[in-house]
Write a protein that binds this ligand. Structure first.
Ligand code: FES
Length: 152
């Protein structure tokens, strides 16, 4: 499948999802049936976040296909960054920057970035890799079932 272009946004009722290429995360869903790589690439037009789109189960945060392999999405409603590494492991982090509390705004090139003062966090660990933030993004427990990501 083709690699998705970085930094796309899709709006689902009540939620804005930012899709960006080049990331991974802090695993929670490792080993589940949907932790495997998706058969299709993530589609910015597919919707699916919050269980309201095409194919997401009720109560789901997003479809696994909405989290690009080696990338991530920002779910502004629940305040969760979902990342997926090259092995298909989906991970969750808080969107609240540990520097001064701004919301992170993008996921690209293995980094979750905060627009306020330039902090960036590793998509696999949540650890700060740039900027003034000293503490990692807190992990958010998520689980994957039937191709959808749920709060754990
Ligand atoms: S609040 Fe995120 S870098 Fe300052």
């Amino acid at each position: 499948m083709t690699q998705e272009a970085p930094s796309r946004r899709l709006v689902v009722p009540g939620i804005v999802v930012t899709v960006a290429g080049g990331a991974a995360g802090f695993a929670v869903a490792h080993g589940s049936d949907a932790a495997r790589p998706a058969a299709s690439s993530a589609s910015a037009g597919g919707g699916g976040a919050e269980g309201t789109g095409t194919g997401a189960a009720a109560g789901a945060l997003a479809r696994v296909d909405d989290v690009p392999a080696d990338g991530g999405v920002i779910l502004e409603g629940p305040g969760i960054v979902l990342t997926r590494d090259e092995t298909g492991t989906v991970q969750g982090f808080s969107t609240v920057c540990t520097h001064q509390g701004c919301k992170v705004s993008s996921v690209a090139n293995g980094k979750i970035s905060c627009p306020c003062h330039g902090s960036a966090f590793d998509t696999r660990t949540g650890q700060p890799v740039a900027g003034p933030a000293k503490a990692p993004l807190p992990p958010v427990a998520v689980t994957v079932r039937g191709g959808s990501v749920f709060p754990a």
